[in-house]
Every structure is written in structure tokens, then in C-alpha cells.
Write a protein that binds this ligand. Structure first.
Ligand SMILES: NC(=O)C[C@H](N)C(=O)O
Length: 329
């Protein structure tokens, strides 16, 4: 029988109707009472780490979750983290960077409808998550609506439907057919390496989505207040070079020691800086390429890289190295 630790963080899955609408408030024991009482696969302990709607999630809370897994790592075979769906993909990616070399699964799940409502998806998701937490696999995963998604590849693409998440630029790790887990790809055998907790995050990161008309002056503020700026450019990563020309401002950011990542606003297929003026004019050795990473992974990865180094070259190398399968380009 496997030992699973369920760490509750809040979200719709644990919400009850309060005076101002839905608010997380269920105890962890109430949550686990929805798991099958008689099962031969796992025994579950639980702890409430926080009770927040995930719109209130902060990098400091990712650290608390990572520390809780690390502290209990030797005593359990797998972990289930219940979490709101809105920022779940950021948390799953953040944990993928902070908890490395794991030989056990950390499975994040939640729901679109509270667990005590009719037609809830929570019970199904929790049961699938607990079952996947018993697998002989290492890493961070999101289990949702019968799919298992690699922790660095999930994006919430639907606000209401049960199938809220997609795996972007990467196949699902596995899916559920009834009670059976079907893997879509061969999974690397679990290595017995020492697991690593790496939690020094620098939260001074800004994500800027460009639109026709973005004002260059904005960059003066960014230069003063942030150590890393992620620019969501157009298409493969295009940035305006005429009219409200942003190129000189990007150069100023880099000269001031700010790490600049250029990514794309398109959901699929990633960016390519070799094709565009920004890559050519600023110099590809200065700009960090997002390759085919999702913004939900780029944001915590840049916080994590900035927490390890102030050297732009080192930060670029960390960012452009595939970690936890976050990029394949
Ligand atoms: N379905 C949900 O969990 C949404 C909720 N606002 C949250 O992210 O906490």
C-alpha cells in the first residue's frame, strides 16, 4: 500500500459559499473523505498549507509548497496538491524548477466546480490524482479531466469547461481510460539521485504583452524596477522597430543588466529570434530565447534563474537549457 500526502492550498475544489461568493474553506480531512474509503492502492494523510483562491498565489507560496514536499519527501511515496485552476500551471512549473531529481510524483489537481456541488469534476480529478501519485515516476504533473500533463507544459485554456487544461507543445504524459492509466510516451526509468530543493527565487520579473501602439517610455519604468523582463512579441517574436520603436529601449534594458526574454503571443510552436530584426539587431547572444516554453514556465524559470545568478550569460544559459522537459527546441 502506497503512502500519499495531500497538501491543500485552496481553490474552487475546496470552496464553500461565503458571504462574498465562493471562497476556499474546506478542511483537508473533508477533501480526502471524497477519496474511495476502501481502496488497496493508497493510504492518504493530509495537511492544509494555505486556503487561497489561486489568483492570490505568490512566488513565496510556491516556496512554501516546495518546502512542504521536501520536508515530507522520505515519508511518502507520492504527493497530491489541491490547488485553484487559475494559476495552477505557474505553480506546477515553479515546483518543477524548485524540486529536481525526484523519483516520486508530485501531482497537482483542482476542479472547475466545488467538490460538494452536483456535477462536480473534483471527485474524479482527486481520485485520478491520488492514483497517479502511486505511479513509479518522478516529477511534477497536473492531473485534470482524465489527462496527465507535464508540470512545465500545462496551460489553462478554458475558463469554465471541465477540460480546462491543455498540454502545449508537448504530448500528454498519460491519460485515464476508466481506472487505467495509459502512457502516451515511454517514461524515463526512475533514477535514484538525491532530490534537490532549490528555492531561491527572485520575484522581480515582469511579463509584457505587446500590442500595436505599446509605448517605449514604459521600458524606463521596467528598467528601474525589474531584474527580468519577458516580452511577448508578435508571431515568432517580432518587436516593433518603426513608429513606436522598442529596439533602443530593449538595448537599454540589457545594458542596465536586465535579463530580457523574448517569447511569442501565439500559444503553439514557440518563437524564433533568428528570423527577426530584434534578434539580429540586438544580438542573439544578448537576448534570451523562450524557444517553445509557455509563459507559465518562463515566468517562474526566470525568477529561479535570477535567484541563482546576476550574470546575464549564466542566466541565459540556465533559461535556454531544457529543465523538466520545458522545451524541446
Ligand atoms: N476553478 C478554480 O479553481 C478557479 C479559482 N478562481 C482558483 O483558481 O482558485
Amino acid at each position: 500500500m502506497k503512502k500519499i500526502l495531500l497538501l491543500a492550498t485552496g481553490g474552487t475544489i475546496a470552496s464553500v459559499v461565503g458571504e462574498d461568493g465562493l471562497t476556499p474553506g474546506m478542511t483537508a480531512d473533508e477533501l480526502i473523505s471524497y477519496l474511495p474509503a476502501h481502496n488497496h492502492l493508497y493510504q492518504v494523510d493530509s495537511k492544509v498549507l494555505m486556503e487561497i483562491d489561486s489568483t492570490n498565489m505568490q512566488p513565496e507560496f510556491w516556496v512554501r509548497i516546495a518546502e512542504a514536499v521536501y520536508k515530507n519527501y522520505d515519508d511518502y511515496d507520492g504527493f497530491v496538491i489541491t490547488h485553484g485552476t487559475d494559476t495552477m500551471s505557474y505553480t506546477s512549473a515553479a515546483l518543477s524548477y524548485m524540486l529536481q531529481n525526484m523519483s516520486k510524483p508530485v501531482v497537482i489537481t483542482g476542479s472547475q466546480v466545488p467538490i460538494h456541488n452536483n456535477h462536480t469534476d473534483a471527485i474524479h480529478n482527486m481520485r485520478n490524482a491520488a492514483q497517479f501519485a502511486c505511479e513509479n515516476i518522478g516529477g511534477v504533473f497536473i492531473v485534470f479531466d482524465g489527462k496527465v500533463i507535464n508540470g512545465t507544459r500545462a496551460v489553462k485554456v478554458r475558463t469554465r469547461s471541465y477540460d480546462a487544461f491543455e498540454s502545449i507543445n508537448h504530448p500528454y504524459v498519460a491519460y485515464f481510460e476508466g481506472d487505467e492509466i495509459k502512457y502516451t510516451t515511454s517514461v524515463a526509468p526512475v533514477q535514484n539521485q538525491e532530490m534537490m530543493l532549490d528555492i531561491s527565487l527572485c520575484p522581480d520579473v515582469f511579463l509584457l504583452k505587446l500590442h500595436p501602439g505599446t509605448k517605449p517610455e514604459l521600458f524606463d519604468y521596467l528598467k528601474q524596477h525589474y531584474k527580468g523582463v519577458i516580452i511577448e512579441g508578435f508571431g515568432l517574436g517580432g518587436v516593433p522597430t518603426q513608429g513606436r520603436n522598442l529596439l533602443p529601449k530593449i538595448i537599454e534594458l540589457i545594458e542596465a543588466g536586465v535579463a530580457v526574454v523574448i517569447t511569442t503571443q501565439c500559444l503553439e510552436e514557440g518563437g524564433d529570434l533568428t528570423l527577426y530584426e530584434v534578434g539580429r539587431r540586438v544580438g542573439r547572444e544578448q537576448i534570451i530565447s523562450s524557444k517553445d516554453m509557455n509563459k507559465e514556465a518562463i515566468v517562474p524559470k526566470l525568477m529561479w534563474a535570477l535567484g541563482k545568478s546576476n550574470d546575464l550569460k549564466e542566466i541565459k544559459e540556465l533559461m535556454e537549457t531544457s529543465i523538466a522537459d520545458d522545451t524541446t527546441l
